[in-house]
Design a protein around this ligand. Structure first.
Ligand code: GDP
Ligand code: IMO
Ligand code: MG
Length: 422
């Protein structure tokens, strides 16, 4: 049986939610391994659209077990809202969702510090969900974890200790009013009552499941270029969306991972600040945004849009060890007469050898484009690869050769049936 990691191969929003939903038909367990409610994974079923932030997208397939691993930072308010939303839509969560003891909690001061830091000069354009400040506390060994919710005395002590420091910071550095310790304690004691039943020893559970021959899909959030180590630092998130993060974020060892699937959008988008070599700031970019409905699933912000960047995806395929990819949103390109693909970069008139992740160089590169003819036909009802126009097949062949990947799945619309295997 297999353990597969699914990763976003660009800057997030590649359509991971949709492809997890498709693949989870074949998996017993789906696990989120990093990030938090900064993610917005959309699954369209019939006329309904579900946006999942913390709970794995596998929850929409009956019988699939969903797990939130230790690498995720959990905002209890967002989690409980999501559970309530699913249950309201007749999706059973009880008995199908498990949460790691070791996952860290997002606290009210994390969200506040995120918004204060974004109001200053060194903005990243975060989602404001408290992600960075929560990971800061995790690595500073001051974080409060799910396991702490289970012991009232420890929880109180940790909240008091943290609040002392955070209130000092808020009042003395940021001239902000203090947060009320008693209120936060009361709120998090309540969370314990609601979350208790979902808590599990996740590494033991997942490794036993593997030993029993169960199949596991590890659902990455964000994308490789937002990875804190391999992305366009500092314009990244604070976790490891790349495939390596799937091991540390769950307790599944590297020797148990069988394959890595990359999710690749047929063009490029990015939300928030940071360099984006193929960005289109003209009417073509506006056209991509409009036709692709490129607005953030979490914050509603307009996404920056641009041409497909094969040089970037080639780097992403390398650091993730991608075996095969799912190409999404191919239908969006049906409206263009000519389609550009970036096949490399130039810097000071010379070709760039490897993908530069440092912001100074990446901001200065000039993309080298090849121009391909568009197909100008609606492909959104194609049910197989053979039904695609020859120009569409040529486009897929070209981007897969230049990026160095093999296409396994093609998506031509948001719905389940608008998907086929190659
Ligand atoms: P994720 O964060 O990677 O899960 O992606 P998002 O859900 O943030 O953004 C992807 C958007 O594209 C969602 O609105 C999906 O419903 C939609 N989508 C997914 N695949 C396709 C596709 O092949 N064609 C079109 N037109 N939309 C798609
Ligand atoms: P999914 O899983 C796209 C971006 C933010 C910002 C940077 C840091 O839906 O693909 P953070 O709040 O994480 O500290 O913000 O990362 N970002 C995303 N962009 N898709 C996402 O998630 C993202 N999650 C964070 O816009 O630039
Ligand atoms: Mg998203």
């Amino acid at each position: 049986m297999s353990v597969t990691v699914l990763v976003g191969s660009q800057w997030g929003d590649e359509g991971k939610g949709k492809i997890v939903d498709i693949l989870s038909e074949k998996y017993d367990i789906v696990v989120r391994y990093q990030g938090g409610a900064n993610a917005g994974h959309t699954v369209a079923i019939g006329d309904k659209q579900y946006v999942l932030h913390l709970i794995p997208s596998g929850i929409l397939r009956e019988g699939v077990i969903c797990v939130i691993g230790n690498g995720v930072v959990i905002d209890p308010t967002a989690l409980l809202e999501e559970i309530a939303f699913l249950e309201k839509n007749n999706i059973k969560v009880d008995g199908r969702l498990f949460i790691s003891h070791n996952a860290h909690l997002i606290m009210p001061y994390h969200k506040l510090l995120d918004s204060i830091s974004e109001s200053g000069e060194n903005k990243i354009g975060t989602t404001g969900r408290g992600i960075g400040p929560s990971y800061i506390d995790k690595y500073a060994r001051k974080g409060i974890r799910i396991v702490d919710l289970l012991n009232r005395k420890v929880l109180e002590e940790k909240i008091r200790e943290n609040l002392k420091e955070k209130n000092n910071l808020l009042t003395k550095v940021y001239a902000h009013e203090e947060l009320n310790v008693e209120e936060i304690i009361k709120q998090y004691v309540e969370f314990d009552k609601a979350i208790d039943k979902y808590v599990k020893d996740v590494p033991a559970y997942l490794n036993n499941a593997i030993a029993e021959g169960k199949s596991i899909l590890l659902e990455g959030a964000q994308g490789a270029l937002l990875d804190v180590d391999h992305g366009t630092y500092p314009y990244v998130t604070s976790s490891s969306p790349t495939s390596g993060g799937a091991c540390t974020g769950t307790g599944i060892p590297p020797t148990k991972i069988n394959s890595v699937v990359g999710i690749v959008k047929a063009y490029t988008t990015r939300v928030g600040l940071g360099p984006f070599p193929t960005e289109l700031t003209d009417e073509e970019g506006e056209k991509l945004r409009k036709i692709g409905a490129e607005y953030g699933a979490t914050t509603g912000r307009p996404r920056r849009c641009g041409w497909f960047d094969a040089f970037l995806v080639n780097y992403s395929a390398m650091i993730n060890g991608i075996d095969s990819v799912a190409i999404t949103k191919l239908d969006v390109l049906s409206h263009f007469d000519k389609i550009k693909v970036c096949v490399g970069y130039e810097l000071n008139g010379k070709p760039v050898k490897s993908f530069p992740t440092d912001v100074e160089r990446l901001s200065a590169v000039k993309p080298i484009y090849e121009i391909l003819p568009g197909w100008k036909k609606d492909i959104s009802s194609c049910l197989s690869y053979s039904e695609l126009p020859s120009e569409t097949k040529d486009y897929l062949k070209f981007i897969s050769e230049k990026s160095g990947f093999r296409i396994e799945i093609v998506s031509v619309g948001p719905k389940r049936q608008q998907t086929f295997y190659v």
